[in-house]
Design a protein around this ligand. Structure first.
Ligand SMILES: *[C@@H]1O[C@H](CO)[C@@H](O)[C@H](O)[C@H]1NC(C)=O
Ligand SMILES: *[C@@H]1O[C@H](CO)[C@@H](O)[C@H](O)[C@H]1NC(C)=O
Ligand SMILES: *[C@@H]1O[C@H](CO)[C@@H](O)[C@H](O)[C@H]1NC(C)=O
Length: 269
């Protein structure tokens, strides 16, 4: 299970970054996503900070840009359900062919909206955990840093070679100590509480075997705290079109972040 979990975590990161840096999005998808990134709807996702992730050069670590994105995202009030519906619908409507070409088949906007709306509060809670025992570093950043310390720089090219390894069935060697952290214990607690069906007793016993019984005892590690803004953003609907044409390449990262959010749960299953 932990091997699956490792592969899953890495695959999600790799898929997100790989897709984001691909330049092959349809023009309709690019312009639709660009409008979204520029609209006030995506302020609650801090979408504009994803620019630095997309535009990073191929050898620069993505950990800092991702940390900056998440730090800003957690400081923003949460997205409302109606904003999530607007964002998902715009992506599905503009990017249907791009999504199909990823092998995800035809996606129904209403089905995906419902999945995203159900997963969003949990994903946000997990992404906004921080560790006071580690200088208040976001847990996501801590975990990416641990993985990076084991597998090498998580740059675009580093992620690409990880993707290749994974698709050849090679599992990178990430030690249990890098993943069996207080941060991930609290993430596990949150996911188990919110989606008990995902965390079967079989999963619990496998995680326990890898990380020890304490990891699955349900206690909240005192050093791990929630950094998310507790407000909810007022839905906006008027999108600004300023500068749309100059930002075409931004699109992928937004899709990828949505897909990452949607598939992030797969690793625990
Ligand atoms: C996907 O949607 C297209 C257009 O709506 C349709 O022609 C095609 O049959 C659909 N494919 C599947 C697998 O549902
Ligand atoms: C958001 O939508 C989901 C399902 O689509 C629902 O379970 C949840 O209660 C809604 N949240 C709010 C705050 O209305
Ligand atoms: C802790 O965080 C502060 C503020 O972000 C930073 O200035 C400081 O260098 C950090 N300390 C360590 C040991 O990383």
């Amino acid at each position: 299970m932990i091997a699956m979990k490792r592969t899953g975590v890495l695959a999600v990161i790799a898929a997100g970054v790989g897709f984001a840096s691909s330049q092959s999005l349809s023009s309709q998808c690019q312009s639709g996503l660009t409008q979204l990134v520029l609209s006030s709807d995506t302020t609650c996702l801090n979408a504009q900070a994803l620019v630095a992730v997309v535009t990073a050069d191929s050898s620069t670590s993505l950990v800092n840009p991702i940390n900056n994105w998440l730090t800003g995202l957690c400081a923003q009030p949460a997205c409302s359900n109606s904003t999530l519906a607007t964002v998902v619908t715009a992506i599905v409507n503009n990017c249907q062919s791009d999504i199909s070409s990823l092998g995800l088949g035809n996606v129904s906007a209403s089905e995906l909206t419902s999945v995203v709306q159900q997963a969003y509060p949990t994903v946000r809670k997990v992404l906004c955990l921080s560790n006071s025992g580690n200088n208040n570093t976001l847990c996501a950043t801590e975990t990416l840093t641990n993985i990076q310390n084991s597998v090498g720089t998580l740059s675009k090219s580093g992620v690409e070679s990880l993707v290749n390894q994974l698709s050849n069935g090679q599992i990178p060697n990430v030690p249990s100590s890098a993943l069996c952290t207080d941060c991930n214990k609290e993430s596990f607690n949150i996911i188990k509480a919110d989606f008990p069906d995902l965390v079967s007793s079989q999963v619990v016993s496998e995680v326990s075997g890898e990380c020890g019984a304490t990891f699955v005892d349900g206690a909240d590690p005192s050093s791990v705290t929630q950094s998310a803004n507790t407000g909810t953003a007022t839905p906006q609907s008027a999108a600004s079109n300023d500068g749309v044409s100059s930002l075409g390449a931004l699109g992928g990262i937004l899709v990828s972040s949505i897909i990452t959010v949607a598939t992030g749960f797969a690793f625990i299953a």
